[in-house]
Write a protein that binds this ligand. Structure first.
Ligand code: SF4
Ligand code: SF4
Length: 355
């Protein structure tokens, strides 16, 4: 379990109450994974992936295959992919699919599964070693694994199955997560191989990672979707668990890279802003983001606003983790129009994305 302590339940009602104690956002088990990924620029033949979504119309042009990598050093309150936060494989329990046979209790060598009146056949995070025995024993599929180790070639084989669709739609592959920079060597290898095949490539990143890796990854990208959540450093730490200094520095560096990349195969940098009620969904924060882009980035003017949605509640339940924004209504795109206007009035090219 992530050690981030989003301490007060009332955090969901007012931004001044949101508190995150562990600034690193990583558990003791995850820290070596992250630092390990930063150590060497070695080829990354294998990585941990939690989802591959074909025929997507999101996250880039045309029809795309989305590859979701596991592991992220941030712990955003609104995270829509909590199964991507931990770098390790996790066991998911779908109470609705459970037939109550008890096989998972009997199969667990750690005694980590117990039957609880409210939550069903629940896994103790402290005891679970993610060995997968309960998953194999479960006859209904109610217990399953989130995250598996895959070879870069395997991923590329899956991606290239839809080459025909990419060709006709201008699509390709997008790697997200989790955080691409959590497994940079693996991401780099997949992107490099896809580029060799002439496929359009994109990543979606928080920008929180080492610049040498991001620079190298960017060399194999056609498009980078770069999250910019909030400019204020303290607020950023409070709502994500980490400082944004590295994120802003990397964004500046990427912006400069756009020029050196030339026009043969240009790099497109798109700033993405998740719009979260009572966190950053106000004109003041949007103006600060607009000012940063206008004053500090010289080659970037495209912004996508990503209105908050609440489609991920079930995932938190299945992971046995609390979701502090539970029950919050999603933001309808029309509510975001004034924020879009704030940015367009500053000369930025701004689009509101649908859920
Ligand atoms: S993954 Fe292994 S250790 Fe974890 S609950 Fe299942 S059987 Fe037990
Ligand atoms: S093995 Fe599967 S179906 Fe049986 S109790 Fe456990 S989760 Fe439910």
């Amino acid at each position: 379990m992530p050690r981030v302590n989003h301490q007060k339940r009332s955090a969901i009602m007012g931004k001044s109450d949101v508190q995150i104690e562990d600034c690193s956002g990583l558990t003791a088990r995850e820290k070596p994974l992250f630092s390990g990924s930063r150590r060497a620029m070695a080829p990354g033949a294998e990585g941990v992936v939690f989802n591959i979504q074909r025929f997507s119309l999101h996250d880039g042009a045309g029809i795309r295959t989305l590859v979701f990598l596991k592991g992220c050093p941030l712990r955003c309150l609104w995270c829509a992919n909590p199964e991507g936060q931990s770098g390790a494989t996790e066991i998911r329990y779908d109470k609705n699919g459970c037939i109550g046979c008890g096989a998972c209790i009997d199969s667990c060598p750690e005694g980590a599964v117990s039957q609880e009146p409210a939550t069903g056949f629940t896994i103790s995070k402290a005891s679970c070693r993610a060995c997968g025995a309960c998953v194999r024993a479960c006859p209904s599929g109610a217990k399953s694994e989130w995250g598996e180790t895959r070879d870069a070639d395997e991923i590329v084989d899956i991606v290239k199955r839809d080459s025909l669709f990419y060709r006709h739609s201008g699509g390709g592959v997008t790697i997200g997560g989790g955080e691409v920079l959590f497994q940079p060597a693996f991401a780099c290898e997949v992107l490099r191989k896809c580029r060799e095949l002439g496929l359009n490539t994109a990543i979606e990143t928080s920008g929180y990672g080492d610049w040498p890796w991001l620079e190298r990854i960017a060399e194999y990208c056609d498009t980078i979707f770069y999250d910019l959540k909030i400019v204020d450093r303290h607020e950023h730490r409070r709502i994500t668990g980490v400082d944004n200094e590295t994120i802003l520095d990397n964004l500046r560096a990427l912006d400069e890279m756009l020029v050196s990349r030339g026009t043969d195969r240009p790099l497109h940098l798109i700033v993405r802003v998740p719009v979260i009620p009572e966190v950053n969904a106000d004109t003041e924060n949007m103006a600060a983001i607009g000012t940063f882009i206008r004053s500090e980035l010289h080659n970037t003017s495209t912004v996508e606003l990503m209105p908050f949605h609440n489609l991920c509640e079930q995932k938190y339940e299945q992971l046995g983790r609390p979701y502090l924004l539970k029950g919050r209504a999603g933001l309808m795109p029309e509510k975001v129009e004034p924020l879009k206007k704030t940015l367009t009035d500053m000369g930025l090219n701004c689009t509101i994305m649908s859920w």
